[in-house]
Every structure is written in structure tokens, then in C-alpha cells.
Design a protein around this ligand. Structure first.
Ligand code: FAD
Ligand code: SF4
Length: 551
């Protein structure tokens, strides 16, 4: 696998077979529609670029070959497989358009199928078939898709074709699809920490000269659990702003359904590698030094805190994970950020991110339907409005609807925590997470939601359920201040729902969870409670579950 990041620089202008016009565009790059009668210039290969494969450094783009046409397409298949946040649809299409523009400017031939093109068949396979016929292409190539759904679709499409086809590496990840499974072998639990150390050694990250972990330990997580006191201030939002109103009109005219806020003021995602690199630099300079300390904090007035907001740029491959973590390590070596912060950040990217991808490929397609705790309650309607009296959920969901982003603790310990405690169906929750977040692609979203957050995989990822009562949420921030509920009360009309639901969750699932050594203390505490108290908690939890819609 090549991880050469210098693709852009390696483009040799001498090898370009075309002359660019003064505005940087190539008039011959405007390809005809699939139904056009004009015969296109001869083509031997079509290369499909998916919306999350905007990897300018990929070796495909190092040389210009005018017998190759790069195909990008905006299709209803991709807008409609789940109900998406408006920003996700807009930003992916806008970034694809920008990528097509860059390829054309570099001399490549590009066929861009816009959402409202008359010839658009709205499915990747049907468009590919039509384009292959239109160009008389002998061969079609695509990069390994990250999602099982697309991988299966393209394989099936290829198998039905008479022409040659080939799949190439996306040259993005630091591990091959099956590598985690090979490393973990027959182990019952695939511990992330084990994998993470392997990755640190393999990519020589944060190591001393003798190969030991920098600072004498692999993991500084225990330093990273502080409540944010209000200072240092949350850095100003460094992300670019774009006006996508014309594209939004096209999306609406085409009848695509969506939810969430499409307004420019909150729509601040990079559209290309240059913008993504600027975001990376701004994060390193202003937020990384405090990333570790406040990684788990919750703050009503500081929705981004010191998080990087780089997940979108990483997942659509504008940035390479190695360059991001190496940049963070360089900041530590230059004395610009503490080791605990840099280690925490590196662990998320070379540890968790690669690890969940390995889980996904090792266990799909069956993984998507797992529901080990047999939870079946539909999501309350307020997941689509934020309209709940529980302030923590109101804040986290409203922010998600407004900005298509929530940080990890909001996703895990606010929304996911409540979903697991109240018995929501993991698959319905998965569809919600997949639709709402700007960075949500199934390979990363599904293991996080079903595995880490909902324990629907029976504990493959998480050594214990990520649940808490109100005490944790109160400790980690200011969400409880001004809430209609009281975090200290366990039963009664003003009692915080997290409290009774928390104890009831452990009671209900005792047959599967009680034997877990990491839960010994929880069960000891539960068993010490007087039966009357347990009964009151049970009754209150039942009542809460009966009126989830009005909580
Ligand atoms: P930061 O806090 O700045 O972290 C840095 C980077 O580390 C992120 O950009 C991301 O690439 C990586 N990272 C951090 N945690 C994880 C993780 N658990 N798994 C994989 N990568 C991680 N992340 C997604 O990219 N897409 C998703 O669809 C997604 N769904 C999630 C669903 C649930 C229920 C949970 C609990 C987590 C989910 N995550 C997902 C992981 C994490 O919440 C986001 O990556 C993070 O909030 C993105 O914001 P950031 O870029 O500011 O991250
Ligand atoms: Fe959330 Fe309970 Fe705190 Fe309200 S009191 S913000 S519901 S944890």
C-alpha cells in the first residue's frame, strides 16, 4: 500500500498532455452527457471517484492520461439510503465539485454527473454502465469503497459486465481491511489498547530513540478527564464559510429529503485539501494544547471546546491520517503542545479510527443487525427537534441539528448513554447517527454506535457499557445547570431520568452483565440497596420509559 502524501507536488507539469486556459480550466475537459450524440474522444478507462474519496495525493492522479476519464456522480442512491442532514448532502456535493475542478485544472478528463443532469440515472451502477457505453471504455476502475454496501454493489456490478474492471487501494488508511482481524486472531475481546500499541510501534509514533513510548507510558488518558472551568477560552471557529445556496436549490428542486439546518452561518466545512490543511494548522496552534485536558468535558457555551473538527476532512480523504498525527507529534517535539494532549489525539486517529474500521470489515454484514441486549423502543420524536426538557439532550441534539457535529462525549455519554439506558433500538439509533453527522460513514459510525455506544455487539468493542447516572454528567460540565430535572434526585417528578434508568438498566441486564469483573462495584452497590428503594427505582424507570416522548 502506498501512503505517499506528495501526490500533489509530484504532478509533473511537463507530462501534462494539455494546455490550460488562462483561468485554469481546460475546455476539452467538459465531457458530453451520456445521451449526447457527439462522439467523445477515445477512452480506454473510466475511473470512479466516490464522494468520500477526495484524495488528491492518490497515485491515480500523478500522471495525466487523456484516455482516462474520471467519473464523479451525485446520485439519489447516495442521498436517500438514510435520511441525511442537509449539511452532509451539501458539503459532500460541494467538495466533489471542487475536486472535479481541481482535476480538470491539472489536465485530467472528468465527467461530472450532477444531481439534476437529465442523463443521470441516479444509481452508481446504472450511470457507470451508461458512461462505459457512451465512451466505449474497455475498462472501469474504482478505489476500494469504505462501506460494505458500496463494496458489494460495485462487485456485483463488475461481475455482470463484459468489460475489464479492477479495484485499487484507496491509499488512505494505515491498516489493510483485514489486518485487525489477523492481529487479534481468535481472542474473545479485541482490545483497542493492544492494537494501538502495535500501531504506535509500526508507524514509529511518539517513541523514544530506543523504541519505548515517549514519556514512559503508552496512554495518558487518566490526565484527560477534566471539567472545563471556562478558561482558556474556546478558540474562535477557524473553519471556512461557503455559500451553498445555489446547490441547495438544486437539491431541493430534485426532491431530496433531509433534516437539520442548511444555513451558511453554521455550515463551516472545508471543501478541499488546502482548506483542510489550514484547519489542521489552526487546530494545532490554538486547540491541541488543551485537547487532552478537556477532551471529555461538556460546556453549554462552548460546543466545540478544543476538539479538532477534522473528522469530515479525514473521512473524505482530504487529509491523510499519518500527516495529521505526524503534525501533532511535531508540535509536541517543538514544545507547542503537551505530550498528554498529543498522545490522546494520536490515539483517537491511529488507534480508535483504524480499530473501528477493522472491526467493521471483520464483522460485516452481520454486525449491522446485532442487538445483543434486545432493545426495541423506537426513537422519540425529539431526536429530530431537540425538543426535550432534559437539558443535556436538548443541547447535544440541537447542536447536532444546527451544525451536523457533536463531539465524542456528547455522542457517547449524552445521546448514546440515554439511548442505551432507555432501551432504544440500536438499528434505529444507527440510522440517526449515520444521517445527522457530517463525518458519518458506515465503516466508522456503525462500530461506534452499535459497538462502543450501545453494546449491541455483545461487548466485542467495549469492555463495559458506556452508561452513567446524572452524577457523571454533572461532574463533566454545566449541562445540569438550569435543567428542568434535578441531577441529585432519583425518583419523583423532578428526578433526573438518567438516575432511575441507570439502576434499572443494570437490574434488567443482570443476567448478561453481572459476571463482568469491571461491573463488580456497580452490582455490589445495587445489591446493597434496600429492596424498597430498588422497587421505587424500577417503578420510576418503567414510568419514564412509558413517556419518553414527553421527557
Ligand atoms: P476529535 O475529538 O478532535 O478527535 C480527533 C479525531 O480522532 C477525529 O477527527 C476522528 O477522526 C478520530 N476519532 C476520535 N474518536 C474516534 C472514534 N471513536 N472512532 C473513530 N475515530 C475517532 N466518528 C466519525 O468520524 N464518524 C462517525 O460517524 C462517528 N460516529 C460516532 C457515533 C458514536 C455513537 C460515537 C460515540 C462516536 C462516533 N464517532 C464518529 C467518533 C467521534 O465522536 C468523532 O470522530 C469525533 O467526535 C469527530 O469530531 P472531531 O473531529 O472534532 O474529533
Ligand atoms: Fe441531563 Fe439529568 Fe443533568 Fe438534566 S439533570 S442535564 S437530564 S443529566
Amino acid at each position: 500500500m502506498s501512503n505517499d502524501l506528495r501526490g500533489e507536488q509530484r504532478l509533473d507539469p511537463v507530462k501534462r498532455a494539455v494546455t490550460l486556459t488562462s483561468d485554469g480550466t481546460d475546455p476539452r475537459a467538459t465531457e458530453h452527457g451520456m445521451n449526447a450524440t457527439a462522439t467523445p474522444a477515445p477512452v480506454h478507462t473510466l475511473r470512479l471517484v466516490l464522494g468520500d474519496q477526495l484524495h488528491r495525493g492518490h497515485s491515480w492522479f500523478t500522471q495525466v492520461d487523456r484516455q482516462v476519464v474520471y467519473v464523479l456522480m451525485e446520485v439519489r442512491q447516495e442521498t436517500d439510503y438514510v435520511l441525511h442532514h442537509a449539511q452532509k448532502i451539501l458539503v459532500i456535493f460541494a467538495a466533489m465539485r471542487d475536486f472535479a475542478r481541481q482535476l480538470r485544472a491539472a489536465g485530467h478528463r472528468v465527467r461530472y454527473v450532477a444531481l439534476d443532469d437529465a442523463s443521470n440515472r441516479q444509481s452508481i451502477g446504472n450511470n457507470l454502465s451508461a458512461l462505459a457505453a457512451h465512451y466505449g471504455a474497455r475498462r472501469v476502475e474504482w478505489q476500494q469503497p469504505d462501506e460494505w454496501r458500496l463494496d458489494a454493489q460495485l462487485q456485483a456490478w463488475g461481475a455482470a459486465q463484459a468489460l475489464e474492471w479492477a479495484v485499487v487501494d484507496s491509499e488512505h488508511f494505515l491498516t489493510a481491511r483485514g489486518e485487525l482481524a489477523a492481529l487479534m486472531g481468535q481472542r474473545k475481546q479485541w482490545l483497542m489498547e493492544h492494537f494501538y500499541r502495535h500501531m504506535r510501534r509500526r508507524w514509529r509514533l511518539l517513541l523514544d530513540a530506543n523504541g519505548a513510548p515517549a514519556g514512559g507510558q503508552w496512554n495518558f488518558d487518566h490526565d484527560n478527564r477534566k471539567r472545563w472551568p471556562g478558561t482558556p477560552p474556546e478558540p474562535a471557529d477557524w473553519r471556512p464559510q461557503h455559500d451553498h445556496s445555489a446547490l441547495w436549490r438544486t437539491v431541493q428542486r430534485s426532491g431530496v429529503q433531509s433534516f437539520g439546518n442548511p444555513q451558511a452561518a453554521d455550515l463551516r466545512w472545508p471543501l478541499n485539501r488546502s482548506e483542510a490543511l489550514a484547519c489542521l494548522e489552526a487546530f494545532i496552534a490554538t486547540a491541541l494544547p488543551h485537547f487532552g485536558d478537556y477532551e471529555d468535558a461538556l460546556a453549554a457555551q462552548a460546543p466545540r471546546l478544543f476538539h479538532s473538527l477534522l473528522s469530515f476532512a479525514l473521512n473524505v480523504k482530504m487529509l491523510h491520517p499519518l500527516e495529521v498525527v505526524q503534525r501533532a507529534e511535531a508540535a509536541w517535539r517543538a514544545g507547542q503542545a503537551p505530550l498528554a494532549a498529543v498522545e490522546g489525539f494520536v490515539r483517537q486517529i491511529v488507534g480508535w479510527r483504524e480499530y473501528v474500521r477493522g472491526i467493521y470489515w471483520a464483522h460485516m454484514p452481520g454486525y449491522a443487525s446485532r442487538n445483543a441486549l434486545h432493545q426495541h423502543t423506537p426513537l422519540p420524536q425529539w431526536f429530530w427537534s431537540g425538543d426535550t426538557h432534559m437539558r443535556c439532550l436538548h443541547l447535544a441534539i440541537t447542536q447536532s441539528l444546527q451544525t451536523a457535529h457533536a463531539h465524542h462525549i456528547q455522542r457517547l455519554m449524552v445521546i448514546g448513554n440515554f439511548a442505551l439506558l432507555s432501551g432504544l433500538e440500536p438499528q434505529a439509533l444507527h440510522r440517526w447517527y449515520l444521517g445527522i453527522y457530517i463525518d458519518a460513514f458506515e465503516w466508522v459510525e456503525l462500530p461506534n454506535t452499535l459497538g462502543m455506544s450501545q453494546r449491541a455487539d455483545g461487548g466485542l468493542i467495549a469492555t463495559k457499557p458506556y452508561v452513567s447516572s446524572a452524577a457523571y454528567l454533572q461532574r463533566m460540565g454545566d449541562y445540569c445547570q438550569g435543567c428542568a430535572y434535578d441531577p441529585k434526585q432519583k425518583t419523583g417528578t423532578r428526578a433526573c431520568p438518567f438516575n432511575a434508568l441507570y439502576w434499572d438498566f443494570f437490574e434488567r441486564h443482570a443476567p448478561v452483565l453481572q459476571g463482568n469483573p469491571r461491573l463488580t462495584l456497580v452490582y455490589r452497590q445495587l445489591h446493597k440497596m434496600p429492596e424498597m428503594q430498588r422497587e421505587a427505582l424500577r417503578a420510576h424507570a418503567d414510568q419514564l420509559r412509558d413517556r419518553l416522548a414527553t421527557l
